[in-house]
Write a protein that binds this ligand. Structure first.
Ligand code: DX5
Ligand code: ZN
Length: 228
Protein backbone atom coordinates (compact mmCIF):
# COMPACT_ATOMS: atom_id res chain seq x y z
CA UNK A 1 0.00 0.00 0.00
CA UNK A 2 1.75 3.09 -1.23
CA UNK A 3 0.96 6.77 -0.87
CA UNK A 4 1.90 9.23 -3.61
CA UNK A 5 1.09 12.81 -2.56
CA UNK A 6 0.45 15.16 -5.47
CA UNK A 7 2.63 18.27 -5.35
CA UNK A 8 -0.05 20.08 -7.37
CA UNK A 9 -1.42 21.18 -3.99
CA UNK A 10 2.04 22.15 -2.65
CA UNK A 11 3.59 25.62 -2.50
CA UNK A 12 5.21 25.97 -5.93
CA UNK A 13 7.59 28.63 -4.57
CA UNK A 14 9.11 26.11 -2.14
CA UNK A 15 9.08 22.76 -3.88
CA UNK A 16 12.26 21.41 -2.25
CA UNK A 17 10.85 22.00 1.22
CA UNK A 18 7.47 20.65 0.12
CA UNK A 19 9.13 17.40 -1.02
CA UNK A 20 10.89 17.21 2.34
CA UNK A 21 7.52 17.49 4.08
CA UNK A 22 6.35 14.25 2.43
CA UNK A 23 9.55 12.22 2.85
CA UNK A 24 7.61 9.46 4.63
CA UNK A 25 5.55 8.89 1.46
CA UNK A 26 6.44 6.22 -1.09
CA UNK A 27 6.41 8.53 -4.12
CA UNK A 28 6.03 12.19 -5.02
CA UNK A 29 3.29 12.50 -7.66
CA UNK A 30 4.11 15.20 -10.21
CA UNK A 31 1.26 16.34 -12.48
CA UNK A 32 2.53 17.53 -15.87
CA UNK A 33 -0.21 19.41 -17.78
CA UNK A 34 0.21 21.02 -21.20
CA UNK A 35 -2.95 23.13 -21.55
CA UNK A 36 -3.97 20.96 -24.55
CA UNK A 37 -4.80 17.53 -23.18
CA UNK A 38 -6.27 19.25 -20.11
CA UNK A 39 -7.31 22.90 -19.66
CA UNK A 40 -4.48 23.71 -17.25
CA UNK A 41 -0.75 24.32 -17.44
CA UNK A 42 1.64 23.24 -14.69
CA UNK A 43 5.27 22.29 -15.26
CA UNK A 44 7.43 20.27 -17.64
CA UNK A 45 10.73 18.47 -18.03
CA UNK A 46 13.12 21.16 -16.72
CA UNK A 47 11.19 21.39 -13.45
CA UNK A 48 10.98 17.60 -13.15
CA UNK A 49 14.76 17.42 -13.66
CA UNK A 50 15.21 19.95 -10.86
CA UNK A 51 12.85 18.00 -8.58
CA UNK A 52 14.77 14.79 -9.28
CA UNK A 53 17.95 16.46 -8.03
CA UNK A 54 16.49 17.25 -4.62
CA UNK A 55 13.69 14.76 -3.98
CA UNK A 56 14.23 12.40 -1.03
CA UNK A 57 11.71 9.95 -2.57
CA UNK A 58 11.12 8.61 -6.10
CA UNK A 59 9.11 10.66 -8.58
CA UNK A 60 5.84 9.44 -10.05
CA UNK A 61 5.19 11.52 -13.19
CA UNK A 62 1.59 11.77 -14.39
CA UNK A 63 1.70 13.18 -17.90
CA UNK A 64 -1.57 14.88 -18.86
CA UNK A 65 -0.21 15.89 -22.25
CA UNK A 66 -0.86 15.43 -25.95
CA UNK A 67 1.54 13.29 -27.95
CA UNK A 68 3.13 11.35 -25.08
CA UNK A 69 4.76 9.07 -27.69
CA UNK A 70 7.00 12.05 -28.43
CA UNK A 71 7.44 13.56 -24.96
CA UNK A 72 7.14 10.84 -22.29
CA UNK A 73 10.44 8.95 -22.86
CA UNK A 74 12.49 12.01 -21.85
CA UNK A 75 10.98 11.92 -18.36
CA UNK A 76 12.15 8.33 -17.94
CA UNK A 77 15.56 9.17 -19.39
CA UNK A 78 15.85 12.06 -16.91
CA UNK A 79 15.48 9.57 -14.08
CA UNK A 80 11.79 9.70 -13.11
CA UNK A 81 11.18 6.31 -11.52
CA UNK A 82 7.59 6.02 -12.78
CA UNK A 83 6.14 7.61 -15.93
CA UNK A 84 2.41 7.45 -16.66
CA UNK A 85 0.87 8.53 -19.97
CA UNK A 86 -2.82 8.83 -20.90
CA UNK A 87 -4.22 6.17 -23.21
CA UNK A 88 -6.53 8.78 -24.80
CA UNK A 89 -3.47 10.66 -26.09
CA UNK A 90 -1.13 7.82 -27.05
CA UNK A 91 -0.76 6.70 -30.69
CA UNK A 92 1.20 3.52 -29.91
CA UNK A 93 0.65 2.73 -26.22
CA UNK A 94 2.41 -0.64 -26.28
CA UNK A 95 5.50 0.77 -27.95
CA UNK A 96 5.51 3.75 -25.61
CA UNK A 97 5.24 1.57 -22.49
CA UNK A 98 8.16 -0.53 -23.75
CA UNK A 99 10.24 2.57 -24.44
CA UNK A 100 9.57 3.91 -20.93
CA UNK A 101 10.59 0.59 -19.42
CA UNK A 102 13.74 0.33 -21.48
CA UNK A 103 14.71 3.81 -20.27
CA UNK A 104 14.61 2.40 -16.75
CA UNK A 105 11.27 3.66 -15.40
CA UNK A 106 8.09 1.90 -14.43
CA UNK A 107 5.50 2.31 -17.20
CA UNK A 108 2.05 3.53 -16.21
CA UNK A 109 -1.09 4.08 -18.27
CA UNK A 110 -3.90 6.39 -17.15
CA UNK A 111 -7.60 6.37 -18.00
CA UNK A 112 -9.91 9.37 -17.76
CA UNK A 113 -13.23 8.73 -15.99
CA UNK A 114 -15.19 8.06 -19.19
CA UNK A 115 -12.55 5.84 -20.81
CA UNK A 116 -13.42 2.14 -20.53
CA UNK A 117 -10.85 -0.40 -19.37
CA UNK A 118 -11.82 -3.51 -21.38
CA UNK A 119 -10.35 -2.46 -24.77
CA UNK A 120 -6.92 -2.00 -23.19
CA UNK A 121 -6.68 -5.12 -21.04
CA UNK A 122 -4.30 -6.70 -23.56
CA UNK A 123 -1.69 -4.04 -22.80
CA UNK A 124 -1.20 -5.34 -19.24
CA UNK A 125 1.97 -7.37 -19.89
CA UNK A 126 3.71 -4.15 -20.97
CA UNK A 127 2.50 -2.08 -18.00
CA UNK A 128 3.70 -1.74 -14.42
CA UNK A 129 0.77 0.39 -13.31
CA UNK A 130 -2.74 1.41 -14.39
CA UNK A 131 -3.95 4.79 -13.12
CA UNK A 132 -7.71 5.04 -12.74
CA UNK A 133 -8.69 8.74 -12.61
CA UNK A 134 -11.38 9.36 -10.03
CA UNK A 135 -11.93 12.99 -11.13
CA UNK A 136 -11.70 14.65 -14.55
CA UNK A 137 -7.99 15.40 -14.94
CA UNK A 138 -6.85 19.00 -14.80
CA UNK A 139 -7.26 20.31 -11.28
CA UNK A 140 -6.68 19.33 -7.67
CA UNK A 141 -9.32 19.64 -4.98
CA UNK A 142 -12.24 18.06 -6.87
CA UNK A 143 -14.70 15.55 -5.39
CA UNK A 144 -14.00 11.83 -5.61
CA UNK A 145 -16.26 9.99 -8.09
CA UNK A 146 -17.24 6.75 -6.35
CA UNK A 147 -18.69 5.33 -9.56
CA UNK A 148 -15.13 4.75 -10.77
CA UNK A 149 -14.55 2.05 -8.14
CA UNK A 150 -16.09 -0.47 -10.56
CA UNK A 151 -13.25 0.29 -12.99
CA UNK A 152 -10.69 -0.19 -10.19
CA UNK A 153 -12.21 -3.61 -9.53
CA UNK A 154 -12.14 -4.51 -13.22
CA UNK A 155 -8.46 -3.56 -13.57
CA UNK A 156 -7.54 -5.48 -10.43
CA UNK A 157 -9.45 -8.52 -11.67
CA UNK A 158 -7.66 -8.40 -15.06
CA UNK A 159 -4.30 -8.16 -13.32
CA UNK A 160 -5.15 -11.10 -11.07
CA UNK A 161 -6.25 -13.24 -14.01
CA UNK A 162 -3.06 -12.53 -15.90
CA UNK A 163 -0.98 -13.17 -12.79
CA UNK A 164 1.00 -9.98 -13.31
CA UNK A 165 2.55 -7.65 -10.76
CA UNK A 166 0.59 -4.61 -11.83
CA UNK A 167 -0.07 -1.73 -9.47
CA UNK A 168 -3.45 -0.01 -9.59
CA UNK A 169 -3.33 3.70 -8.79
CA UNK A 170 -6.28 5.93 -7.94
CA UNK A 171 -5.97 9.69 -8.46
CA UNK A 172 -8.46 12.44 -7.73
CA UNK A 173 -10.26 13.38 -4.55
CA UNK A 174 -8.70 10.52 -2.57
CA UNK A 175 -8.89 11.16 1.19
CA UNK A 176 -9.41 9.43 4.54
CA UNK A 177 -13.14 9.47 3.71
CA UNK A 178 -12.82 7.12 0.70
CA UNK A 179 -9.38 5.45 0.72
CA UNK A 180 -10.79 2.36 2.41
CA UNK A 181 -13.24 1.83 -0.46
CA UNK A 182 -10.42 2.31 -2.97
CA UNK A 183 -8.27 -0.27 -1.20
CA UNK A 184 -11.12 -2.75 -0.94
CA UNK A 185 -11.73 -2.36 -4.68
CA UNK A 186 -8.12 -3.31 -5.39
CA UNK A 187 -6.12 -0.07 -5.59
CA UNK A 188 -2.65 -0.23 -4.05
CA UNK A 189 -1.15 3.17 -4.93
CA UNK A 190 -3.04 6.23 -3.73
CA UNK A 191 -2.51 9.75 -5.00
CA UNK A 192 -3.64 12.48 -2.61
CA UNK A 193 -3.04 16.18 -3.18
CA UNK A 194 -5.33 18.30 -1.07
CA UNK A 195 -5.76 15.56 1.57
CA UNK A 196 -2.00 15.68 2.26
CA UNK A 197 -0.92 19.27 1.56
CA UNK A 198 -4.16 20.68 2.93
CA UNK A 199 -3.61 18.92 6.27
CA UNK A 200 -1.93 20.68 9.21
CA UNK A 201 0.66 17.90 9.32
CA UNK A 202 1.38 16.36 5.90
CA UNK A 203 3.48 13.51 7.31
CA UNK A 204 0.74 12.51 9.75
CA UNK A 205 -1.85 12.60 6.96
CA UNK A 206 0.33 10.25 4.87
CA UNK A 207 0.68 7.80 7.76
CA UNK A 208 -3.06 7.87 8.41
CA UNK A 209 -3.91 7.25 4.75
CA UNK A 210 -1.46 4.36 4.52
CA UNK A 211 -2.81 2.78 7.68
CA UNK A 212 -6.43 3.02 6.50
CA UNK A 213 -5.52 1.55 3.12
CA UNK A 214 -3.53 -1.29 4.66
CA UNK A 215 -6.35 -2.22 7.00
CA UNK A 216 -8.78 -2.45 4.07
CA UNK A 217 -6.54 -4.12 1.49
CA UNK A 218 -8.41 -6.03 -1.19
CA UNK A 219 -8.54 -9.77 -0.63
CA UNK A 220 -9.45 -12.44 -3.13
CA UNK A 221 -12.63 -14.05 -1.75
CA UNK A 222 -11.97 -17.45 -0.19
CA UNK A 223 -8.21 -16.90 0.15
CA UNK A 224 -7.76 -15.71 3.74
CA UNK A 225 -4.77 -13.49 4.36
CA UNK A 226 -3.77 -13.55 0.72
CA UNK A 227 -4.02 -10.23 -1.04
CA UNK A 228 -5.30 -10.74 -4.59
C1 DX5 B 1 -5.71 15.96 -11.27
C2 DX5 B 1 -4.38 15.43 -10.86
C3 DX5 B 1 -4.32 14.92 -9.48
C4 DX5 B 1 -4.62 15.95 -8.42
C5 DX5 B 1 -5.01 15.26 -7.16
O1 DX5 B 1 -5.75 16.15 -12.63
O2 DX5 B 1 -4.01 14.34 -11.71
O3 DX5 B 1 -3.08 14.27 -9.22
O4 DX5 B 1 -3.53 16.78 -8.16
O5 DX5 B 1 -5.37 16.24 -6.23
P1 DX5 B 1 -6.55 15.95 -5.19
O6 DX5 B 1 -6.09 14.82 -4.33
O7 DX5 B 1 -6.67 17.24 -4.47
O8 DX5 B 1 -7.77 15.59 -6.00
ZN1 ZN C 1 -2.24 13.12 -11.08
Amino acid sequence: MQISPSILSADFANLEAELGAIRNADWAHVDVMDNHFVPNLTLGLPVVEALLRVSPIPIDCHLMIDDPDEWAPAYAEAGAQSVTFHIEAAANPRGLARTIRSAGARAGMALKPRTPWAPYEGLLPDLDMVLVMTVEPGFGGQSFMAGLLAKVRAVRESARRRGGEVWVQVDGGVSAANIEQCAEAGADVFVAGSAVYGADDAAAAIDELRELATRHAHRTPGVPGNAW
